[in-house]
Design a protein around this ligand. Structure first.
Ligand SMILES: [Zn+2]
Length: 292
């Protein structure tokens, strides 16, 4: 046995021993552990949370809900929620495999939210802004009348207060249970963004895992600056639908943030831990200068 083989063997034995120890730990306290969906590493839930829900082994960014995003991104205690009391109705009396009314009730129970977006005022590194944060856990972050109304209202509020707007998206697209009413939100939110532009105010998009459909096709990608979170999947139609339509295999990184950056669809791809600095810098650069 060469000395190199000896070291290799010793290293292997160490790895195996650590794996067994980790397995024993997990069996002792299964509630404390979770598995990385990307690299399969056993992670302590506490470690994952303190690392902003990013896998410390492979850097995979776990999807997070709107409340966690608010806690992670904005200056502590700076978020002030607005328009929280707007609730969805069911004007079409829509029923598919389940009634829309039931789905709304279940989504509310699951998330504590009245619809798939939280809107309000906040600050990042001391810079004030108006913001809309979508929550994928509420009916797949789908955009219905309430999402459209709240996004529009927060943009109008920003115009009134002369503030920049940050829209953080995570959505499967339009809400089919609201049919054409949901599609109209694309035009409505786009008009609001256009008014913001007329007023010369900054509009930033932060696209997070996953951003698709009607949201990508409206306020989600109209930003002056479009940032995508590392690893996020972003597109209009889903990968499978496109593959079936064009009868071709798509590249493995198709519709990832990094792929979109390569083809000029987004301006920046940032890691979750970098976002406060990236956004803080952008906001400070675009702050209006008062000439005395
Ligand atoms: Zn991982």
């Amino acid at each position: 046995m060469t000395i190199q083989d000896w070291f290799e063997k010793r290293k292997e034995a160490q790895i195996q021993r650590r794996a067994l120890e980790a397995k024993a730990e997990v069996e002792k306290n299964p509630d404390l552990w979770t598995k990385c969906v990307h690299c399969d590493a056993q992670l302590l839930k506490e470690d994952l949370a303190s690392n902003k829900m990013v896998c410390p082994v492979c850097d995979y960014h776990f999807r997070i809900n709107a409340r966690t995003r608010i806690e992670q991104l904005f200056d502590e205690g700076s978020f002030e929620e607005l328009f929280a009391d707007i609730k969805p109705t069911d004007p079409l009396d829509f029923v598919d495999t389940e009634s829309y009314k039931n789905r709304i009730a279940r989504a509310h129970e699951k998330t504590g939210l009245n619809d798939a977006v939280i809107t309000g005022l906040a600050s990042i590194k001391g810079h004030r802004l108006a913001t809309a944060i979508m929550d994928f856990d509420y009916m797949g972050g789908s955009m219905g009348s309430v999402v459209g109304e709240k996004v529009t209202r927060i943009i109008e509020k920003a115009i009134e207060l002369r503030l920049p707007v940050l829209a953080i998206t995570s959505s499967g697209g339009a809400r089919m249970q609201e049919s054409a009413l949901s599609l109209m939100q694309m035009a409505k939110t786009s008009c609001a963004v256009s008014r913001l532009d007329d007023e010369g105010l900054l509009y930033i998009n932060l696209l997070t895992e996953p951003t698709f459909g009607g949201v990508t096709a409206s306020f989600g990608m109209l930003g002056d600056i479009i940032i995508a979170e590392q690893g996020a999947r972003i597109g209009f139609a889903g990968r499978r639908v496109i593959e079936q339509t064009i009868r071709q295999k798509l590249p493995s990184d198709f519709q990832t943030a990094e792929y979109l950056l390569k083809y000029g669809q987004v301006d920046v791809v940032a890691r979750r831990s970098e976002l406060p600095d990236v956004l803080g810098n952008l906001l400070s650069m675009h702050e209006p200068v008062t000439i005395k």
